[in-house]
Design a protein around this ligand. Structure first.
Ligand SMILES: NC(=O)c1ccc[n+]([C@@H]2O[C@H](COP(=O)([O-])OP(=O)(O)OC[C@H]3O[C@@H](n4cnc5c(N)ncnc54)[C@H](OP(=O)(O)O)[C@@H]3O)[C@@H](O)[C@H]2O)c1
Length: 371
């Protein structure tokens, strides 16, 4: 099943399913777009859900697909309960309920939607423990760590090292005049707009630090970030005996998506890697120019509702930048102010997470409005 089927991860998950000859049992997206319709035609056995179609789209989907189609967030949640491997490629905290439903139902969750974990970490992990579902990460860095850690004793792990491409502004000193087109021009990965902008601010890397802490139970002090502009080393694990394991490959999301589906097995699919004339470089991230990385560590360490606020405020700020309502430099400032205003509260349930998410969005929107 592919949720977020019309997006960048969704498109690549479909390619993987077709390559592996696996059935696609269901497809979910937000709108009833032409792309969703086309996929519904291509996979006649699949159930279809649009979480928030327009009335016109809803009428069209109903007429064309009848009972195969349903709408609304709760229909999406029901979809995630169908016994299957659930690829969650929804963007934003809208993916949380589907992640929880999949895990609660004992499904494997091939998780690209990092916001589920960042915003609702304890709730998502509780659902996995309760329902017996397993999370296999799709994010390339976490897939790399997952593979490096496989078969290793937790006590022998001394440090996780997440690699970051550094984004399009790695060498640009003045970020005050950054335009939307510049922020959307990722040097190595072709992704949806939010994650592309989050990569340029290093917010995405901060989310990944929180995601790694939750997925692998490693303390924040033992998770580092290193800038690696070639995006060939996807991440590394250091062990207490002085060894380091790294996962390498071309930047191609189909590889971690496929592994999340076939784990613990491997199936053919990738291209041979050309090792000749490769230079791999590593440098420290510049935390002054990219303050969201440090804010992410702080929010992760604070725990409770802070990561949910971090995510929600960033989503609002990034959208405001995309809409031309704020400058690039204001994204970090808005997130910082929202974190200060919201403080830290305990979260126990999906409802708590969604409540914090809404409140944080409102606070961030107010701050945007006053800019
Ligand atoms: N792209 C990558 O290479 C990559 C790599 C690692 C991790 N990720 C993570 O994967 C997730 C998806 O990223 P992406 O780049 O594929 O994003 P994207 O291209 O923007 O696609 C987003 C998908 O989510 C759907 N969606 C949005 N809001 C929804 C809602 N309320 N309910 C249901 N579906 C909704 C969209 O449907 P509509 O088309 O109908 O709006 C679309 O199918 C993000 O969490 C991202 O951080 C992506």
């Amino acid at each position: 099943m592919i949720l977020g089927a019309t997006g960048s991860i969704g498109r690549q998950a479909i390619e993987v399913a077709e390559r592996l000859g696996r059935p696609v049992v269901a497809l979910g997206a937000r709108r009833g777009s032409a792309r969703l319709m086309e996929l519904a035609e291509r996979f006649p056995e699949a159930r279809i859900v649009a979480a928030a179609p327009t009335n016109e789209e809803h009428a069209l989907l109903t007429a064309r697909f009848g009972r195969r189609y349903d709408r609304g967030p709760s229909a999406l949640e029901d979809l995630a309960r169908i016994p299957s491997i659930v690829v969650n490629g929804i963007v934003g905290s809208a993916g949380l309920e589907a992640s929880v439903a999949a895990l609660d139902s004992g499904n494997r969750l091939a998780l690209a939607n990092k916001e589920s974990l960042v915003a609702g970490g304890p709730v998502v992990l509780k659902a996995a423990a309760r329902g017996g579902g397993e999370i296999v990460p799709v994010d390339s860095e976490h897939s790399a760590l997952f593979q490096c850690l496989h078969g290793e004793e937790p006590a022998s792990v001394s440090r996780l090292v997440l690699t970051a491409s550094g984004g399009p502004f790695r060498e640009r000193l003045d970020l005050s005049e950054v335009t939307l087109d510049e922020a959307l021009a990722h040097p190595t990965w072709d992704m949806g707009p939010r994650i592309t902008i989050d990569s340029s601010t290093l917010m995405n890397k901060a989310f990944e630090v929180i995601e790694a802490h939750l997925l692998f139970g490693i303390a924040y002090d033992a998770i580092d970030v290193v800038v690696h502009p070639q995006s060939i080393v996807h991440s590394m694990v250091e062990f207490t005996d002085g060894s380091t394991k790294a996962h390498l490959g071309e930047p191609d999301m189909r590889v971690p998506i496929q592994y999340a589906v076939t784990f613990p097995d491997r199936e053919p699919g990738g291209e041979p890697f050309d090792w000749s004339n490769r230079t791999l470089t590593f440098e420290k991230p510049d935390r002054e120019r990219f303050p969201l990385l440090g804010l992410g560590y702080d929010a992760g360490r604070a725990g409770g509702s802070a990561p949910a606020t971090l995510n929600a405020a960033d989503e609002i700020a990034v959208q405001a930048f995309i809409d031309g309502r704020i400058s690039y430099g204001m994204i970090a400032r808005i997130v910082e102010m929202a974190l200060e205003r919201m403080g830290v509260q305990a979260i126990e349930s999906v409802a708590d997470v969604l409540g914090i998410d809404t409140e944080s969005r409102n606070v961030a929107s107010e701050i945007v409005g006053s800019c």
